[in-house]
Design a protein around this ligand. Sequence first.
Ligand SMILES: [Zn+2]
Length: 510
Amino acid sequence: MRHKKAEEYLSILGDKWTPGNDQVDLDALESDFKLIRETWGLSADSESLFEPRVLSYRTLANGFRILNHRVAAWWDFWHLDIPRPNLQNRQWKQLYIETRVVRHPHAAPTASFGVTRHPELHHTVQGRLPTILRQTQHNAMALAILRTLDSVPETENIKISLESQHIVDLLTSKLERYENSNWVDHDCDTTFMQSLVSVLRRPRAKANAVQAQTHPPPEDEHFIDTNGSHLIVGAQLASLSQSQIYKILLHEKARGTKTRAPTRTHLDLAKEAAGARTGSRPTDEELWRSTCSRQIAHKKIRAFLWRTMHDTLPCGHVWPNDPHPERALCPTCAVRETPDHILTECPDNGQKEIWKLARDLLAQKGIEMADPITLGDILSCGLPSSGAADAGKNRLFTIVMSELAWLIWTRRCKWVIEDEGSEEKRVSSPEANNLWHARMNSKLTFDLLATNIRKYKKKAFDKTLVHDTWTGVVEPEPELAPSLSASRNTGVLQYEFANNFLLVQLIVVG
Ligand SMILES: [Zn+2]
C-alpha cells in the first residue's frame, strides 16, 4: 500500500524534481522584496513586509511533515505560481486595527476588533470573535486582518498598524518557525492562524506591510479556510526538537478529548470562585495553567490540585471497590467522602480551625475571604487573590491556600488510614492550630533559605518578592529584612502569626 502511494507521488514529481535542489528562485524573490522595502521606504525596525515565502517550502525536507492531513499540501507549492510583486505601485492603503478583550466576573471573556483608516475616525470594519475561537487579543487581531483583507480590493497595497509587535513578528520574521512546528508554542488557534496565513499568501499581485502601532459583527463560523492552496499544515520533522514533538503529540492527544463531567463541575466551581474574587472569570486554560503555578513550589501539591480538579483523589466516592470499604465513609459523618467534604465540610479533621487561621492571616494582608472557604477557592488558588497587581499579596494567597489544602488532605489520610479513623485520634483544635503554625513557619523558613543566590544561583527566589510576600504578617517585622539580606539567621528568630507565639529555629546556611 505504501509502495503504491510512493509510486503515485513519484509519478507526480515528473522531470522537474531534483532531490537536493532546495533553493529554487528563493534568491530572486528575496531581492524583489528587498527592493519593495527600499521603494516603499519602510523603516527596518518598526515596519515589516509580509512575504509569501512559499518557495522555501518546496524543499525536500517539507515532504516529511507530521499531522499533515492534506497529504499533497507540500507538493502543491511546486506547481504554485508565485507572482512577482509589482514594484511600480508605490501607493498603499493605511489601516489601523484595534482590539479589546472584555473580562466579566460571571461569564467568559469576549474579544472584539475594529478597523479604521485613521486612529481618530470611526471603525470601517468591526466585529466580535466567534465563540468557537479562544477570546484572546491575538485571535481578535488575526480575525481583524482577515476582515481587512476581504474589504480592500486585491489591486491595492495595504499597510496595517497593529497594537502588538508580537503578531507582526509572528506573521513575518517568526512565521516559518511557527509553521514548521505546527504553531505548537503559540496561544493562537492553529487552524485559524494557518488559514489567515494562507489568505495573506493569496496572490494579491501586491505586497502587504504590517507595522506595530505606536499609539493606542456578525457571528460567522465559516470563515476558516481549510482548503486554501497556500495552506501549510503539519509540522516539519526536520526542524523539530524532541521536546516540541512531545508537546505536539500531547496536544494532538488532548484534541477531541471531551472534559469529564466531574472535571467540568470542578472547573466551573473554580471559575465562579475566581470570578467573584477577581472580577474576571478565568478560562479553562488559565485555570489549568494556574494549578502548576510557579508559586506552588512542591510538585506533589501541584499534582494534588490537578487531581482534585479532576475529582480523582483516592477517597470514598472514587474508590467504591477499595479493599477497605469502610474507608469510603467519613468516620464521623458516615457520608461517602468527597474532596469537598474533606477540605471544607468535615468537623473532625481540623479543616475549620485551619481555614479560620488562614482567613485571619490573609485579612492582615488585605485579602478578605468569605466564610466558609469553598472548594472553588481552593481549586483556583493559583490565580490572583484579587484584581490588584500586587505580586507579593497574590503569592501569599497561593501559598497559604495550596499548602493548607494539602495539609488538611495529608492529615485526613493519616487519620483514616494509619489511625483507622479512631475517635481519639481525630484532629483536635489545638492540634490543628499547631499543624497550621508548623506549616506556615516552615514555608517562611523555606522561602528565606531559597533566596540564597550563592547556593541556588539562578534558581534562587527573588528577595523582593519573598519580602513582599511575608511583610505585614510576621513578627517581629524588623527581623524580616536582615534575615532576607543574609538568606539565613544566626540564631533563633521569633515569628508570630496571628497573635500566636512560636519559636522558629532557622537552619544556618553557608
Ligand atoms: Zn466528615
